[in-house]
Write a protein that binds this ligand. Structure first.
Ligand SMILES: C[S@@+](CC[C@H](N)C(=O)[O-])C[C@H]1O[C@@H](n2cnc3c(N)ncnc32)[C@H](O)[C@@H]1O
Length: 251
């Protein structure tokens, strides 16, 4: 079942990859969300070995290179995204792999100073295995930082600016969307509660450093806010966090 989901999502991600060229890459943590420059979660990157999970078009790795990271590693499900990342990072020494994050592909263990993931971790069909693998890649003392849609966000819909709860936050599982980014690209997206992310991190051995339900970035303070029913809008983001950002440490 999960193999089927990965297969379908891979085909669809190859179709929609061009919509995600450098969108919500570091220093952004997500739509309207506080940025790395505001939150300072990544510490000193000079000479560090970093691994990007769901690296997309490679723009977050480019940000890490600009901050002085010495080794740039990335994994992504989509061949199109890996190709885009190779172009973005042209001239830099990189290690990019086209693979589902939830599969063991022999990445080095006890090796990375920092593993991070910007708006990709929630795609995994197997959260426990994914977190266990990430834990194994990190050196002792290394950190794992990720951002993803706040798990309640998808359940809050708006009509003429009035919010209501859609579906059940309690029910975890998979939702199939027949269209994604306006393309005929069926995607299966897991639904999980905030507590599931936190408990799975604890279960594999991580120590929680920070859990952030992001406020709106200072970049939007002077942007006029209009009533909007869009999935991501400043109007909604000012009332409910679009993004959760979690930092954990392998002690
Ligand atoms: C919203 S994009 C993330 C953008 C990227 N992190 C950046 O900084 O620009 C989500 C990415 O997750 C990848 N993805 C989806 N499911 C995946 C999986 N199971 N394993 C690895 N990557 C996956 C997609 O191909 C896509 O590139």
């Amino acid at each position: 079942m999960t193999t089927e989901i990965i297969k379908q999502n891979k085909i669809s991600w190859d179709m929609v990859a061009h919509h995600f060229h450098g969108i919500d890459a570091l220093p952004s943590y997500g739509p309207f969300a506080q940025t790395e420059e505001e939150l300072g979660l990544l510490e000193e990157m000079e000479n560090k070995k970093v691994l990007d999970i769901g690296c997309g078009s490679g723009h977050s790795l480019l940000y890490m290179a600009d901050r002085g990271a010495r080794e740039l590693w990335g994994v992504d499900l989509s061949e199109k995204q890996i190709k885009a990342a190779e172009e973005t990072l042209d001239g830099l020494d990189t290690h990019l792999f086209c693979s589902p994050m939830e599969v063991e592909i022999g990445l080095p263990k006890l090796y990375f100073d920092c593993v991070y993931s910007i708006y990709a971790i929630g795609w995994t069909t197997d959260l426990t295995t994914t977190f266990r693998l990430i834990y194994s890649y990190l050196k002792q003392g290394g950190s794992f930082v990720f951002s993803w849609d706040h798990p309640l966000y998808a359940h809050i819909t708006s009509e003429n600016g009035q919010f209501s709860l859609n579906g059940s936050y309690q029910e975890e599982g998979f939702t199939t969307y027949l269209n994604f980014k306006g393309e005929d690209a069926p995607m299966v997206i897991p639904n999980r509660k905030l507590s599931t992310y936190i408990n799975e991190l604890i279960k594999v051995g991580f120590t929680i450093d920070s859990v952030i339900e992001s406020d709106v970035s200072v970049n939007y303070v002077s942007t006029e806010e209009e009533v909007s029913d869009r999935y991501y809008s400043l109007y909604k983001a000012k009332r409910f966090p679009t993004t959760m950002i979690i930092k954990v440490i392998k002690k």
